[in-house]
Design a protein. Sequence first.
Length: 170
Amino acid sequence: MKQKSFTLIELLVVIAIMITITGMIVINGNSSTSGIDLFSAKNTLITNLNKAKEMALSGVGATVGTNYGIGVWFPESTGSYYYIYRNNESESSYKGYDSGDVILEKVDLPKGIKYTRVSYLGVLFTPPTPSVAICESATVCTGTTFQVRIHKEGSLDYRLINVNKSGLIE
């Protein structure tokens, strides 16, 4: 009775094929993590925008007779962090972030992920209506749609986030 077995050459060919396939998966896996990182960063930003809106509507930091807004501010045209802040001015003309406001949280994007502002500097939610201010400076908030892109450094792929005057975040 003759036994069948694999030769050394056949085993080496199979191992070489497995190494090649594994290498292709690892290389492709690195490019797909870019999409996962962008998806995660986009969802975190949307969550923080909704958090600011909810904090404003619930009156976080407000005192009797004042309605301080809560906003999200992007200090750089392209950057790796943004602020969630409480607006301390009671005048309606001062809505954007300035030195008199309180930073509630500094949010750092994951390593290698950046934002680029497409329009304006930030958005502010103020109770009780609620009203939404799209701000181009610390004192001027006349914009209609706030847009920011989340992208991976060195990549053309990005995710766009929009906030309009009615507070819709998409």
